[in-house]
Design a protein around this ligand. Structure first.
Ligand code: NI
Length: 197
């Protein structure tokens, strides 16, 4: 299922800031000292709780990691099977014969369990490297309709672009990491999300 948010395709003035980073807070365990039978019982109870928390983290807890990259690209929305009038009626300014451009923001979210040795789901720098190698370098400062092999024969909408980006990235991730979402901002107020379905 692909979701799209925002009002019109064009004419949106950038006033919102949707690119705020979220922070994860970790709670430190409180230390204690042993001082009698009730303290021992309390210590055992805390230890049991810790063990159960560790088990939980080992078996179930899924975390999501998002990396953001940016690219600029030109395109036009145009269905070659339609008349110019029909293209203009459906796509409006986006059908402009001599192209137009967007500043795209690409959010790639992966999911999985943290590695017990690093606490990381995946190296965020490595995710950035994969995004740059397999997506950004192929799209940045390009004309999506004519310069990008993996968009050939497709309407270059943000919806189709998000699906194509998923297909580019998914095979590059290691088995312990799952691709969760491709979120692509076409303008600060319009974005699409693709979850691989
Ligand atoms: Ni456009």
């Amino acid at each position: 299922m692909l979701q799209i948010s925002g009002k019109g395709r064009l004419g949106s003035k950038a006033t919102e800031q949707p690119f705020k980073a979220k922070h994860v807070h970790l709670l430190a365990h409180r230390s204690f000292s042993v001082g009698g039978p009730s303290a021992v019982a309390s210590a055992m109870s805390i230890e049991r709780r810790r063990r159960s928390q560790k088990l939980k983290s080992d078996s179930k807890q899924m975390v999501y990691l998002t990396r953001v990259e940016h690219f600029n690209a030109a395109h036009k929305l145009y269905n070659a099977n339609w008349s110019k009038e029909q293209n203009d009626a459906v796509f409006g300014k986006c059908a402009n014969e001599n192209w137009h451009g967007h500043n795209y923001e690409l959010f790639v979210t992966i999911k999985g369990k943290p590695d017990p040795d690093t606490g990381f789901l995946f190296d965020a720098k490595q995710l950035s490297k994969l995004m740059n190698q397999y997506v950004i370098e192929k799209l940045d400062h390009k004309n999506l309709n004519v310069d990008v092999p993996f968009m050939q024969g497709q309407l270059c909408s943000s919806e189709n672009l998000a699906i194509a980006i998923w297909q580019q990235l998914q095979p590059q991730l290691p088995p312990q990491v799952q691709l969760h979402c491709i979120k692509l901002y076409e303008t600060p107020r319009i974005f699409v999300e693709y979850f691989g379905e």
